[in-house]
Design a protein around this ligand. Sequence first.
Ligand SMILES: *Cc1c(COP(=O)(O)O)cnc(C)c1O
Length: 521
Amino acid sequence: MGRRPPYGTNMADISKHRQSLFCSDPQSIADYETAMSNAVKAVSNWLKNEKMYTGGSIRELRKTIGSFNPSKQGVGVNQSLDHLVDIFLNPSLKVHHPHSLAHLHCPTMVASQIAEVLINATNQSMDSWDQSPAGSIMEEQLIDWLRQKAGYGQGTSGVFTSGGTQSNLMGILLARDWAVANHWKNEDGSEWSVQENGLPAEALKKLKVVCSENAHFSVQKNMAMMGMGFQSVVTVPTNANAQMDVAELEKTLATLKAEGKIVACIVATAGTTDAGAIDDLKAIRKLADAYQAWLHVDAAWGGALLLSKDFRHLLDGIELTDSITLDFHKHFFQSISCGAFLLRDERNYRFIDYKADYLNSEYDEEHGVPNLVSKSLQTTRRFDALKLWFTLEALGEDLYASMIDHGVKLTKQVEEYIRTTEGLEMLVPTQFAAVLFRVAPEGYPAEFIDALNQNVADELFARGEANIGVTKVGNKQSLKMTTLSPIATLENVKALLALVLAEAERIKDAIANGTYVPPID
Ligand SMILES: *Cc1c(COP(=O)(O)O)cnc(C)c1O
């Protein structure tokens, strides 16, 4: 009694472990094949159901899902899969549905889905060559290809990321530390290293990042995470096309200089999240040079035009930037996550270089072992690059370009249609694949139009008819359609707008006379 058995005497029967683990066990392989084929069938059935969304209201969906209560015994893979098909797969939003266009949230390529099977099965990790031998080399090749598309020239300076937020963080972080190295010296005259010493005390108030007021909020969030606070971000007003106003940028830069500030970085945007506006990269580069600032371009959305046949010129000047954010899980139709960061001059990677003896030793580096960990903020990292590789190789550039350009062309047609349809109003001229508009029935009191637009969108979602975005343009409540789908047609959008108008008609009087109950409650 009370005596513990020596180690090793009560080991579990590992045959069950082997069956549950993804490994060479024959039963494990057989179970994998069966369950995968069941999962694929369930997904196919879900695809065949034409309804955009079937989950109902938040309250209804909470009831469907219930609480999480795993048992001691487990129910087995098959039974659990059936349950998850019911509570997760079937009530999930169909992002490929032509009425699902609220966000920069894309339908995905078949090649991307198949690549995910290989990515997950192999579970390679990109932080060292011996954890992803083929993957490391392939990612470097793809980065090289992307650099050339962007006009950066050959090289491997860049890395796949979890998305735009992380890529923006990399650009802004490198820019800040580069600016500090340029402007602050140690006593022996060598450049100040933020990585070693942290920020010089005066840098906190002196260094600024400048972007347009339509830039993505991750600029502010990232500066806050970097310890600089929102105060370090100066926003420039936009012009009537929602682009950074270059004359205003010039004024802002001059004012900051006169105040003794240092602009570390200008963040231009190629494809603002709401309006899809693409800043004038060439003009901004000139100003960045005049003020010795780093130019980062957030091309999370617009970067897809690198492949475009008809709209590539909208990115003219991207080759002149210092760093680029790309997101493939937006207008490149890759599954989440898939993004990249490109750095024009690889020497600037020195600001985040870090040697871990067990991952990227000097010995390995001397022998040319691919070293991706020092190009990334992440350590363990997925081989997401395979999805883009597979898609490009399978489809070819022409079909890919056609799928990217479709949405941009459709957007022009939709704009024309809205301009000529009574009861609808365009709020910003379209440039890329976003439509900012609102419903405004003739003679309807102006003070209720904002509420009307919000509730039309909420009603259509709750019934599973459509997912339309709601945002603000100036102080106006706006509806938003992100028309990037390569399979949506003008007829689809007309049908959607007919629903919008009918819904507005149905609820507008109740809103105006105060008897309306929103579906979100
Ligand atoms: C979506 C988006 C981001 C953020 O990217 P994530 O992949 O969601 O992190 C950044 N910038 C722009 C312009 C975006 O549209």
